[in-house]
Design a binder for this molecule. Structure first.
Ligand SMILES: Cc1cc2nc3c(=O)[nH]c(=O)nc-3n(C[C@H](O)[C@H](O)[C@H](O)COP(=O)(O)O)c2cc1C
Length: 319
């Protein structure tokens, strides 16, 4: 498989990142991805109780990951709306983690502090202007995420296929394609569009190592191509599995619900209810539209192994 400049930047063998995933990007998953040659990311809330201590949880997750792998792994931090962001930034600096992927917020706030501490910084962007602004703020790479992706999305609703080449043309730093990628075909396509690597989320939920509830993993395996939907378009768009909660949010939006009403209904832990507790009637389950292609729960190592072994076959089929 092609070694790209992302591999050199992050010290990894294959240009594959397991995306941060609120509540469920746990140390065991991240370590398994890193051991398989990719880069695993941990989320501070992984496996945590609804009102748990994110900083303590993150430190514990880092400790666990270090006991499971000697390879590099990273931490995903959402900047916007995180009341604990200052403490989390301090924690990753003290812990001397290799990589931080920042998302949902202004990269001007923390990039230089993280880089001064020797941490590589990647920033998630869903439009060219955001990628350019992150590059100006000194990030080492862009994760360009199309709105096929599970979880929170940009408001411009650009698809991965349209977004990646435009971002690649607009910045000079490495670009990682995210959204709608789950096998070697997707990886080859992303690299053909000029990306230096890929980030996958939904595919890695349906793994043995992910702490997600079995109900959520099974729902991904059962999902077909049209089983996800974007909710809360005017508030904070999120792609989630279609269920009663999704229907209710969409009904509220159609009826003209205010931001306050939507926030009151969705709350901050409804995605925990779906993803970690497995209550798919009352919880949200962030999920990408590639879910329809995922037919089996596998180990993270099997997923990366199969991408690596099929990569050349896919490439050869283009000749
Ligand atoms: C369950 C779930 C939770 C997610 N939570 C986060 C998050 O907390 N922070 C973040 O930057 N991205 C989050 N994402 C996005 C992923 O990191 C990744 O970019 C995305 O899943 C890629 O698209 P895919 O789902 O089509 O693979 C989440 C995705 C999923 C599926």
């Amino acid at each position: 498989m092609k070694k790209t400049r992302l591999c050199d930047l992050l010290g990894i063998e294959y240009p594959i990142i397991q995306g941060g995933m609120v509540w469920i990007a746990n140390a065991e998953l991240a370590a398994a991805v890193s051991n398989a040659g990719g880069l695993g990311l941990i989320s501070p809330t992984a496996g945590m109780s609804p009102n748990g201590d994110q900083v303590a949880n993150l430190k514990q997750q880092i400790k666990t990951a270090r006991s499971l792998t000697s390879k590099p792994f990273g931490i995903n931090l959402a900047i916007l709306g995180s009341p604990h962001i200052e403490d989390l930034i301090a924690a990753v600096i003290i812990e001397r983690v290799s990589v931080v992927v920042t998302a949902a917020g202004n990269p001007a706030l923390y990039t230089s502090r993280l880089k001064e501490a020797g941490i590589k910084v990647l920033h998630v962007a869903a439009a060219v202007r955001h990628a350019q602004s992150a590059e100006r703020r000194g990030v080492d790479g862009i994760i360009a995420e199309g709105y096929e992706a599970g979880g929170h999305n940009g408001t411009d609703e650009l698809t991965t296929f349209a977004l990646i080449p435009q971002v690649v043309d607009a910045v000079t730093i490495p670009v990682v394609a995210a959204g709608g990628i789950a096998d070697a075909r997707g990886v080859v396509a992303a690299l053909a569009l000029g990306a230096d690597g890929v980030q996958m989320g939904t595919r890695f939920v349906a793994t043995h190592e992910c702490v997600a509830h079995p109900n959520f993993k099974e729902a991904i395996v059962k999902a077909n191509d049209v089983d996800t939907v974007i909710t809360a378009r005017k508030l904070a768009p999120a792609r989630i599995l279609k269920n009663e909660v999704a229907t209710r949010i969409l009904e509220m939006e159609t009826a003209g619900a205010s931001a306050e009403e939507l926030i009151a209904f969705i709350g901050i832990a409804r995605s925990r209810t779906g993803q970690l507790e497995g209550d798919l009637a009352n919880g949200e389950a962030y999920c990408g539209s590639i879910a329809g292609m995922i037919k089996e729960i596998k180990s993270a190592g099997e997923i990366i192994g199969s991408i690596v072994s099929n990569y050349d076959t896919v490439l050869a089929s283009l000749r």
